[in-house]
Ligand binder design. Structure first.
Ligand SMILES: [Zn+2]
Ligand SMILES: [Zn+2]
Length: 201
């Protein structure tokens, strides 16, 4: 991909349309929503995705906060369709993986990006409650200053891909079915993780 951040120009009209959509999905408008939308639109450019939703796209998000909802809203990727994965790293980042050509890009928010936006807001005397101007300030920060963008590689197991379940095993302890190879094996018997490790794990 060379210098992948070089020529990323996003459309403000597209950004605004996504803000409208994301407001419905997430329940409010906030900095994380603006940022997540920008992340998803940048990924679209970098991976040459024509249109969201793209059936050959899997997104891995890294935080259970606003940014992830924005990425879901823009891309249409969903946990329930196996097109969204969640790595609980507590970081404002997401990896976009094109199953069609195997390319993947991770986009994360630079640690100093929030300060830059804040300074811009103060400089222009923008009221924090003026969401439109706030959104514009987030949008206008150049992609290179806003994000760390890295080309990466992700290999999904057949169990992680969308489609019908490849394997279903009953747990030898509780009897409930375990899908998609998520069972553990103890003494040669299939076990679900909560039976083996305790509830919630
Ligand atoms: Zn929010
Ligand atoms: Zn069990």
């Amino acid at each position: 991909m060379g210098d992948i951040t070089k020529k990323i120009e996003l459309s403000y009209d597209e950004f605004l349309a996504e803000v409208k959509k994301a407001k419905k999905f997430h329940g409010h408008i906030c900095g994380g929503i603006f940022t997540g939308i920008k992340v998803a639109l940048a990924a679209k450019k970098i991976l040459n995705i024509k249109k969201y939703p793209d059936r050959d796209l899997i997104v891995i998000t890294e935080i259970d906060r606003c940014l992830t909802d924005a990425v879901m809203s823009v891309t249409g990727c969903r946990l329930g369709r196996k097109t969204l994965k969640f790595n609980d790293y507590g970081k404002f980042g997401a990896t976009f993986c094109s199953l069609a050509d195997g390319r993947a890009v991770r986009i994360a928010v630079r640690p100093d990006a929030m300060d830059r936006i804040q300074k811009e807001i103060e400089k222009k005397n923008i009221d924090e409650h003026d969401k439109e101007s706030y959104g514009l300030a987030v949008f206008c920060l150049p992609v290179k200053q806003h994000f760390i963008i890295t080309k990466t590689e992700v290999n999904f197991s057949e169990y992680d891909l969308p489609g019908r379940p490849k394997v279903i095993k009953p747990c030898s302890m509780c009897g409930e079915n375990i899908f998609d190879g998520r069972h553990e094996t103890k003494n040669g018997l299939a076990c679900c993780r909560p039976c083996l490790n305790g509830p919630g794990r």
